[in-house]
Unconditional design. Structure first.
Length: 118
């Protein structure tokens, strides 16, 4: 079991954007930079841990737009991106999917993903 007691958690001043089926294209597809998208669900324990990692990461890395998509609330996106395990991180560059990681990722793994996307 993962100990989440020392993991950072999202606050009201979140550096992470929430996207839905309706807003995804405007937030991700039309973005001219690097976007890290976390597909998650509220009931998923590892997703809650991932949320804390991403909140901290977004606060420290302003050059990356971090976005979360709740798969239960955005089933069209979940189907479009073939989400069958969560958390599922996908990196988009200039609106194109360039790399992904399924499962819990720490900051080092996220750095590697973003480096791979360049």
């Amino acid at each position: 079991m993962i100990d989440t007691s020392e993991m950072p958690h999202a606050g009201n001043n979140s550096a992470v954007t929430q996207a839905t089926d309706d807003s995804f294209a405007d937030i991700v597809d039309k973005n001219s930079g690097t976007v890290l998208v976390d597909f998650y669900a509220d009931w998923c324990g590892p997703c809650q841990v991932q949320r804390g990692v991403l909140e901290e990461y977004a606060a420290e890395h302003s050059n990356v737009h971090v976005v979360r998509v709740n798969v239960d609330e955005s089933p069209t996106l979940a189907q479009m991106y073939l989400i069958d395990s969560i958390p599922d991180l996908k990196v988009f560059r200039d609106g194109r999917l360039v790399t992904e990681h399924v499962g819990l990722a720490d900051g080092v793994t996220i750095d590697a993903l973003l480096l791979e996307a360049e």
